[in-house]
Design a protein around this ligand. Sequence first.
Ligand SMILES: O=C(O)CCC(=O)C(=O)O
Length: 254
Amino acid sequence: MQGKREEFDRLGFSIERGLLTSAECRAVLAHEKNESGVAPEPWAKARAAIDPFYHRLGADERFLALLRPLLGEDIVLWGADLLLRAPGVVHPWHCDIESCGEDGGFVSIWIGLSHTNRKSALNLVASSHKFGTTIQEQAHIHGLRRGEGTDADVVAWARSLDPATTLVAPKVGNGDAILFDGRLWHGSRNTRRYFSRTAILLQYARADRAVRMFDPAHLEWPLRTRQDVLPPVVVVSGRAPEGLNAIVEAPLAS
Ligand SMILES: O=C(O)CCC(=O)C(=O)O
């Protein structure tokens, strides 16, 4: 565990093989398929705060055992999202706006559920959590907008900040997890010829971090979060201070 922790601190991510079984991957997909289709309020990532299925998954002790060495005892779950990427679809290089504040204290768990391989999984820039700048800021500095930076641009920006860094396309499959620091530069491109890739993203923070939603009107630098409404968050380990986040009770199965 100490080795994993050091690797995570150094690279900003680590890989956990087989965190979910094949049956568990199928269960998530089946659950999502049977959902009413009504979007969770006030944003899509609220699933874990309102849906007992996602809450149970996000609060699973296997996940918390990986998170406690990184975040401490007091942890909130603030996001759960299903990510479907058809062949050819690109999710541009970015830093997650909610979690890229320079003080850190945020960790996300990305788990491939179907048709996951090196060609369809998340790509990461090693050690970018330590750069002290977001990819959105770098794009702005170089006169580009979201999605316009090529892999070569991203590598060049990253190497100007840390000559030893690399762009990593992890060899992961269904059920494998990528844990990553909330500041890490990442993106995806499903380069498979056939089959949509699905993944689940579970997002956590130290309970003393303010969790705010991204503002869809401000995805470019300078980034902004919404101040008018707070996202619901659930305490999944320890306790949380009052008055910082919109803490809600864990949703219960009826
Ligand atoms: O799974 C993907 O395609 C990328 C997801 C991602 O980077 C995000 O939702 O922030």
